[in-house]
Design a protein around this ligand. Sequence first.
Ligand code: SAM
Length: 198
Amino acid sequence: MAHTPFSDLLQQDLSRLEENLRDLISPHIKAKDHLSLLNLACGRGDETGVLAKILAEKSNSAHLQGLDIRAAEIDQANSRWKKSLGRKTEADFIVHRGDKLLDLAEAGTPDIAFLRHQNFWNDKPVWTRIFDQALQRLNEDGHLVITSYFDKEHELAVEALTKLGAIQVGSIENDHSRALSDAPGKSVDKHLAIFRKA
Ligand SMILES: C[S@@+](CC[C@H](N)C(=O)[O-])C[C@H]1O[C@@H](n2cnc3c(N)ncnc32)[C@H](O)[C@@H]1O
């Protein structure tokens, strides 16, 4: 059987993410002149182009800010995206802890907090603080969107967010999620969910 290049697999993951995110958020995010999105624990921010496209469908201009603790990934994200998005969208990426989000004045009060492949399972206290501070930072009509690699982690994250007062308003299970051969049981963007502030 022909071997699919990894770059094609990533592209297919992003196409599925785009379709699912659009279905998930469209009913909840109102069109606005300007939209801001905070991509927490963004790593290399591979999904930045997808996010920019979806924001552009809902606004005349948008600002995407990504943050992560890993400096090498943040450098890659800045090199790849800072200047390559359309006129309508600005993007920047910084090294910062998501669990210290309240210290970061420049994060402002975003319309959307986004966490792709949230990692609650890995460190519950830290991720509870990330979720809590993301909810506090959101503007009053803001929404928090997560994706997860596997069922149990998603379930635990939803439970934690609900305990913090978030209200789940939509979810999608990705039936075409790509299984990760090096991480049994995990697959790309297996679950997506959207929450509003209480
Ligand atoms: C499962 S990876 C997901 C990365 C990216 N969102 C993606 O989907 O490819 C989890 C990410 O969380 C980041 N991370 C872990 N603890 C963090 C913290 N306290 N603040 C910000 N990012 C953190 C890691 O560096 C890593 O990039």
